[in-house]
Design a protein around this ligand. Structure first.
Ligand code: G6P
Length: 585
């Protein structure tokens, strides 16, 4: 969701650098943007616009400091006035905010009574006015920020820019804020990805600590205002990982990275063993995730049961609070999340922690909230995922869970062999990418696309349908093959594309029957299997890789979604209304 980028340094094109920084955060999803810079020897300049940054350029003002924000609207519509930064009445305070100020109405009424004039409908703007108000009583700016932050309820991350003194203050109790400083320039951002073009040494700001950035460097304070030391970590990400390179979009680049990611994960068996040991000590096990990560969790249920003979439940993050009755101090809860910032997961997990559960996190982002706060964390190592829809992180999640199941079953060698076969099949599918593009062009006019699978192919079908609908806006649904006769079949019309996952496992014959049944009602049957069959109107071969066949199978749907989006002239990297990291409920 919202992105933040603040710059303070030697370069004199701060406006342009901030726009570049915001562009690198576009993938998070946003609907308006704004930048405030301190022009040299002059006043503050603020630009705010609804819509995307696109080809926008910044006026060539000489400026060495400023702050920008990309907003995903919650309180107040998508307008220039509601975009951040927000500026206090006296122009001395510039504020950007991620999160929600839950008590903003009460705060706003009091501020209005005190004579403050509000320019937006947002909850965020109250913070700028509160800071201005508090500055009347306190000259120490760090005290002012700490006091105001204590007045806010809800989860927030703020950066305050005082242009008069060229000081920035950052504080949070939710979404991340990351700092980096070199001899010549300092940056504060909402996401480490924005810092990579500058340096790999970064500092993730902990909750309730205050970071001050001024022309002499940075200082860190605890919540009482006492100074403490600031230790950076080195990110193992290189610049090529945050750029598209030769690919047209991040989505296709990330699809192409998957075979290597699967193989790479097989080298992490020691870390996976640690997770296995903790799970085997617990009485109950739950997976929690949202979106694609939830479908990876659902795959986990099947993999744990079939391979490790361990019972697992999986839940959407947003539903998990309603399952808490069975959680106690003998339970383990594993959060599955690309970003490690999804608020529905974080809030559910907080309650499980209060009940004594062991919290695990399977995440892709170092320094993310889930990574830092879990009792045991496993880093997927898929590299930055910049397309809004998840592809490589989903594949990494299934791969890690698959290896975990084999670790608990003491069959890691078999699991590794299946994964290498799955990686080989991904490569083989990508060699046949053109045929999937042709299939997409053939079915692009369809109103509905259905995906059927049984066993582990059922969550695979759900994820496949999600990939299609989120990037090309064609209605797509995944169903358990056995549910066909309980209503689903009523949806089939002449020419409706139905993708059938038909792997060579215990579901083979029954899935084939489903293919015949939909074919008899006029469906255009797309069979994904190791064996061709006359019932398939289109056939995509995927050789059998045991339970790991799910991985190449889903890659086909990723490619289909991508090429359907291209056939409709849509940008697959930035689907409408969606955000990469969903940090509000
Ligand atoms: C958003 C994204 C999805 C993602 C989901 C969960 O909805 O658009 O691609 O699967 O959030 O995100 P997480 O970061 O927790 O995996």
């Amino acid at each position: 969701m919202c992105g933040i980028f603040a710059y303070l340094g030697e370069k004199t094109n701060a406006g342009e650098l901030i726009l570049q920084g915001l562009t690198s955060l576009e993938y998070r999803g946003y609907d308006s943007w704004g930048v405030a810079i301190k022009k040299e020897n002059s006043k503050l300049h603020v630009e705010k616009h609804p819509g995307k940054i696109g080809e926008a350029t910044f006026p060539p003002f000489t400026a060495s400091s400023g702050i920008g924000h990309t907003r995903w609207a919650t309180h107040g519509g998508v307008t220039a006035a509601n975009a951040h930064p927000h500026v206090s009445c006296n122009d001395e305070v510039v504020l950007v905010h991620n999160g929600i100020v839950e008590n903003f109405e009460e705060l706003k009424q009091n501020l209005q009574k005190a004579g403050h004039h509000f320019k937006s409908e947002t909850d965020s703007e109250v913070i700028a006015h509160l800071l201005e108000e508090e500055m009347k009583n306190e000259t120490d700016l760090k005290e002012v920020v700490l006091r105001v932050f204590r007045m806010l309820t809800g989860m927030s991350a703020i950066i305050v820019f005082f242009p008069g003194t060229n000081q920035f203050f950052a504080i949070k109790n939710g979404s991340p804020l990351v700092y980096s400083g070199t001899q010549s320039e300092q940056i504060l951002a909402s996401d480490a990805v924005a810092l990579i073009p500058y340096t790999n040494n970064v500092f993730f700001l902990p909750d309730y600590e205050l970071l001050e950035m001024n022309p002499h460097g940075a200082r860190l304070y605890d919540e009482t205002g006492t100074e403490k030391s600031l230790k950076t970590v080195t990110l193992e990400i290189d610049k090529s990982q945050v750029e598209k390179g030769a690919f047209a979009h991040f989505m296709i680049k990330e699809i192409h990275e998957q075979a290597a990611i699967v193989k790479q994960l097989t080298k992490k068996t020691d870390q996976i063993q640690n997770l296995a040991t903790a799970i085997q000590k617990s009485n109950r096990f739950y997976f929690v995730g949202c979106g694609s990560a939830y479908y990876a969790a659902l795959c986990g249920e099947y993999l744990f049961s079939k391979i490790a003979k361990i019972h697992a439940n999986s839940s959407f993050g947003s539903e998990f609070s309603y399952h808490l009755d069975f959680i106690d101090n003998t339970s383990t809860v594993m959060a599955v999340s690309q970003s490690g910032e999804t608020i529905d997961i974080i809030s559910g997990l907080q309650k499980a922690r209060e009940k004594g559960a062991h919290i695990m996190a399977l995440v892709n982002v170092l320094g993310s909230t889930l990574y830092r706060t879990a009792d045991s964390s496993f880093l997927l190592g898929a590299g930055p995922e910049k397309a809004v829809c998840s592809t490589k992180a989903f594949v990494a999640q299934i791969t890690a869970i698959f290896l975990l199941a084999h670790t608990m079953a003491h069959t890691v060698d078999k699991g590794t062999k299946d994964l290498f076969n799955a990686a080989r099949e991904i490569t083989s599918i990508l060699e046949r990418e053109k045929s999937i593009q042709e299939l997409a062009e053939k079915i692009v006019k369809s109103k509905n696309i259905f995906v059927l699978g049984r066993g582990i192919s059922y969550p695979g079908a759900l994820e496949s349908a999600l990939k299609i609908k989120e990037v090309c806006y064609i209605h797509a649904e995944g169903f358990a093959g056995g549910e066909l006769k309980h209503g689903v079949i009523a949806l089939i019309e002449k020419g409706t594309p139905v993708i059938i996952y038909n792997p060579e496992d215990e579901t083979y014959e029954d899935s084939l029957s489903s293919a015949y049944e939909v074919k008899a009602r006029g469906a255009y049957v797309i069979g994904i299997s190791s064996k061709p069959n006359p019932v398939f109107d289109a056939y995509i071969e995927v050789k059998n890789c045991g339970e790991a066949t799910i991985i190449p199978n889903v890659v086909i749907a990723q490619l289909l979604g991508y090429y359907l989006a291209l056939a409709k002239n849509l940008d697959p990297d930035k689907p409408r209304n969606l955000a990469k990291s969903v940090t509000v409920k």
